[in-house]
Design a binder for this molecule. Structure first.
Ligand code: WTA
Length: 702
């Protein structure tokens, strides 16, 4: 068992601010000696090496983990803030770094191990040699059949199968910018993103297994193309990978000259070698769309050199990946975690990365631990939602299996200390070190985390800033909040780092407004010190320098570790003709952390009915995906509004979560609040709770 020591100054009495953030100081846990003995990062001088006095040159250490076609001239160029440039003048290819360069030493080692959802289907190992061959052949197809070249965009809408990283790496080989859309997103959501990125090629698969069923996935492609067309954009090629040799899981007919089975044209490129294109360090590698505080998802544009350096460095030091490890990150590649910590980071380090197709609890609560035992996984990476789910469905299940993790990650949402302890004691068997990594799609890689062999762990806290990352908490007046003050504020990063996105695809202004405008004191300044990055998360900084993340401060709902924009969901509701107004708020969910709850007011003369509720549910599913499915849809007589007509989501969020509504005297229609409360909670309930910090802050900027 890990050594557990009490914290030096145990807090006996909670201060007011602590009550406000519902947080008591947790005890430290120390890494197991066995872990420390083999860790990549044990030298505490890293803190000094990556301190402000050595910034930005410290990041050479990460970039030097890669193989460059041409070494760079300038580490950081700040001449056009906040559009920072990294490793300027350098040339590099991401596909070469994740594949070719490992062939000498590791060609027979598994790069990917694919675990299909049905347990009757055998796992498939793809060696580095095999990956090399497959990436080259598919790159040849993209180049010669589709006519794609460096700088073009391609939208990829695929499930968790080896063909997904193969497709991404084939794009990277040519310098084609990939935009992977999470496979669980609807065809419409995919089409909107394909139009925004102006992709002329969509890559998909006929079907995949989810919860014991084979889903028709290709059906989404037709909807995607129609949606893109409505947006004024034409996608003219659809490449369809096949899940099972000789079968077709999709009922939708192929459109002539547009849709094509990959396995029918790929043999033409058998054995073709495509030289990796040396790309500028600053050339975009990929786009990843994410929700922000306006309706439209934004395409986070990530650069090649800086991004790859950052994910390689953090995979080595924080994930503690060695080429001998079997590493399993349970995220989906369609999210940033999958890009950085299933594909690019681990493969850059020649790791073996496990891909699981399906649902973690299929066919039973032991599945994850059976996979871990069978493949002898020793590094495990997942989200609090998955941990809560596995804990609920099989509390003692991990004890029945003989796997041993040395290292585990939690990412994507705040983790409750009780859940953290289960993860540590039961899943990690008291042997595995845990890192709670805080970061975002925009960031490329981790921003806060403990250094696993150096820093003690503290349940519920992400930990200090990463090497070379200097986070700070700033209050609404622009003042820095000091460590140990127990005051929550906005977490910001003082300095640029190589993994930060370059811009929002096609929208430089929005990039500046969204992330930098809030705390930039001088827009003409060329000093990076004047441009703190605003993450839109609330956080508290403890006296020991550990950050505890409270959740979003904008109108984004973090569902099971995935960001959904309230405005996107509201726009979907408004496409139902009977709906006059819609408001979406987060509500606490035992498993998923937060889920959306929908309030709608109907057009004059329309009577409330179950049918309307069903329509609203359906439209959210088709326009966004099942992930956005609301907990409830409430039909209300009217929405609480200010005198100037602004919809008060804060009040609805309070009602949904049984919290105090606060001051409502400024409303134009204060009496509606009681009516809505009765409708949602029934007559007897009295709001008692103060509620979690993110919900208290929700919608306060309106
Ligand atoms: C939240 C996921 C608490 C946070 C990598 C952030 C976290 C959003 C943590 C980004 C963590 C991520 N503890 N909250 N360890 N990690 N978050 O873009 O609110 O999908 O802003 O990136 O998830 O979600 P995204």
């Amino acid at each position: 068992m890990a050594e557990i020591r009490p914290k030096p100054q145990a807090v006996s009495e909670a201060t007011e601010a602590q009550i406000a953030v519902h947080w008591r100081e947790e005890e430290y846990y120390y890494p197991h000696a066995k872990f420390v003995g083999q860790a990549n990062l044990t030298d505490p001088s890293i803190i000094e090496r990556f301190s402000e006095k050595n910034y930005p040159e410290c990041f050479r250490e990460y970039a030097d983990l890669l193989t460059w076609d041409k070494y760079w001239d300038k580490t950081l160029d700040t001449s056009d803030p906040p559009f920072w440039k990294w490793f300027v003048g350098g040339k590099i290819n991401a596909s070469y770094n994740c594949v070719d360069r490992h062939l000498d030493k590791y060609k027979n080692k598994a790069a990917l191990i694919f675990v299909p959802e049905p347990e009757s289907e055998a796992t498939i190992s793809v060696t580095y040699r095999e990956l090399y061959v497959r990436v080259n052949e598919f790159a040849a197809l993209l180049r010669d059949y589709c006519g794609l070249k460096a700088g073009d965009r391609v939208t990829i809408h695929m499930p968790m199968v080896p063909e997904l990283p193969i497709t991404m790496l084939a794009c990277a080989r040519l310098g084609v910018i990939h935009s992977v859309v999470f496979g669980g997103f609807s065809g419409e959501a995919c089409g909107m993103r394909a139009a925004d990125s102006q992709s002329h090629v969509l890559i998909t698969m006929d079907g995949y297994y989810r919860n014991g069923k084979m889903l028709d996935h290709k059906a989404g492609a037709d909807i995607a193309l129609e949606t893109a067309k409505k947006e004024g954009h034409v996608v003219n090629k659809v490449l369809v990978w096949r899940r099972h040799q000789g079968k077709n899981a999709s009922a939708t007919p192929f459109v002539k000259d547009r849709d094509v089975w990959v396995d029918e044209i790929l043999p033409k490129y058998a054995g073709t070698i495509v030289p990796p294109v040396p790309m500028d360090a600053e050339a975009p590698l990929f786009l990843m769309y994410t929700s922000g505080s306006t309706g439209k998802p934004k395409g986070c544009q990530h650069r090649t050199g800086g991004y790859l350096s950052y994910v390689a460095g953090t995979s080595k030091y924080i994930q503690d990946i060695h080429p001998t490890d079997v590493y399993w990150c349970m995220a989906d590649i369609g999210w940033i975690t999958g890009h950085s910590y299933i594909v690019y980071g681990p493969l850059a380090l020649a790791a073996t990365s496990v891909l699981y197709e399906g649902v973690p609890t299929y066919p039973d609560a032991g599945r994850v631990w059976r996979i871990a035992e069978r493949l002898d996984v020793n590094i495990f990476h997942t989200s609090p939602t998955a941990i809560r789910m596995l804990r609920k469905s099989g509390h003692d299940e991990p004890t029945k299996y003989k796997y041993h993790f040395k290292h585990m990650t939690t990412v994507g949402e705040p983790i409750e200390p009780e859940v953290w302890r289960w993860y540590h004691d039961v899943v990690g068997k008291g042997e595995a070190v845990i890192v709670d990594t805080w970061w975002q799609t925009e960031n490329g890689g981790f921003l806060c985390s403990t250094k696993p062999a150096i820093d003690p762990m503290k349940p519920g806290s992400a930990g200090p800033g990463m090497p070379g990352i200097y986070p700070v908490i700033i209050d609404e007046n622009g003042q820095e909040v000091s460590a140990g003050s127990n005051k929550a504020g906005n977490i910001c990063i003082k300095n640029p780092w190589p993994g930060i996105m370059q811009t929002i695809w096609g929208d430089r202004d929005r990039f500046v407004t969204q992330y930098y405008a809030k705390y930039c004191k001088d827009r003409n300044s060329k000093r990076w010190q004047d441009w703190p990055y605003f993450a839109a998360d609330g956080a508290v900084l403890a006296a020991d320098g550990y950050f505890r993340i409270l959740g979003r401060v904008d109108d984004v709902i973090n569902v099971a570790g995935h960001r959904l924009g309230t405005k996107e969901i509201e726009s979907a509701c408004l496409t139902v003709p009977e709906v006059a107004e819609a408001a979406v708020v987060p509500v606490v969910d035992e498993i998923k952390g937060r889920v959306p709850e929908v309030y709608i007011a109907l057009q004059p003369g329309i009577q409330p009915s179950q049918e309307i509720i069903d329509k609203v549910n359906k439209v959210i599913e088709t326009m966004i995906g099942k992930i956005a499915r609301p907990k409830h849809v409430h039909i209300v007589p009217d929405m609480p509004k200010t005198r100037s007509g602004k919809l008060m989501r804060r009040i609805l969020a309070a009602i949904s979560n049984n919290m105090k509504t606060g001051d409502i005297t400024t409303l134009a229609n204060p009496d509606v609040v009681e009516k809505v409360r009765e409708l949602v909670q029934g007559k007897e309930t009295v709001a008692v709770a103060d509620g979690p910090e993110d919900l208290k802050r929700f919608g306060t900027e309106e």
